[in-house]
Design a protein around this ligand. Sequence first.
Ligand code: 2P0
Length: 334
Amino acid sequence: MMPAMLGTTVTARACANIALVKYWGKRDAALNVPAAGSLSFTLDGLRTETSVRFGPELSVDTMTLDGREAGSKEIARTSEWLDLVRARAGISTRAAVHSTNHFPTASGLASSASGFAALAVAASNAAGLTLSLRELSILARQGSGSAARSIFADFVRMHAGHSADGSDAFAEPIASPLASRVRMVICVVGGGAPKLYSSRDAMDHTEATSPLYRAWVDCVPADLRTAEQALRDGDLATLGTVTEANTLAMHASAMAARPAVIYWQPTTLALLHRVRELRHDGLAAWATMDAGPHVKVLTDDATAETLAATLRTVPGVSNVIISGAGPAASVVTP
Ligand code: 2P0
């Protein structure tokens, strides 16, 4: 696609993703480079649509979120990130950003991954830049680490890299025969109340105070190798086993922070036990939790409906959503 002329509105779409091997901690906070790699599954049907226009008449960046004026913190974070795009395009023009989350009601999922991925595609195009997918992933990462992964479809591998400038910290897709067969059963716990601590603050705090942080970072490379091999082999049981083990290691490191970061609620633990029982009974089901109380269960297309029906009955579960593999971020053609 040809880059847009300055002043043109460009709209892009990106999907949320769930990490199977988690990102929790940074190697470089200023460049937002992760301390270790991660691996995720892009979710169909949970998407953000963002439009951007660089307008010569604008004196400041403006932003709406789901039709409402964004808060000053959100605008400041977006504006700082837009400076990266402006520097690259050699412009100083301010932008008008409109972002809408098309997530199922009360999905309980964070939208910074799909948000910054959609923003990276829309803003770079609107600024007249033609970026490679790798450059787009790096740009999205500078907004939010998990957004680097939402540039791509299906299964995605994020690299932590080694360089001082973060140029080798990008995501890329991993082909797997599992992509069409895997489902995530998302169990929403509680009413989607705002979380106590953001993942950004909580991962910094874990790094600064948890005696288990180093052990967590050290276990990620082997988990990534196991998960990648399982994806290549089409081995869902091995992928699921490492997924559940990895999330427990991440949460253990956060719980050992001082003071503790505990995202789990009683329903979270009830779901985790239920998933383990169902697996013992022969069902393909492995749990993963992020920076919140919700439980996402990795399963296959043949099991997803049965699993969802069972998990819906666990007290405290307010909603259950089934999602398959989602597409790559892209410009929405008018
Ligand atoms: C993940 N999370 O891999 C992990 C698991 C939350 C728990 O990536 O500071 O919002 O903006 O780079 O991307 C959430 O972290 O953090 C996250 P920043 P982000 O999905």
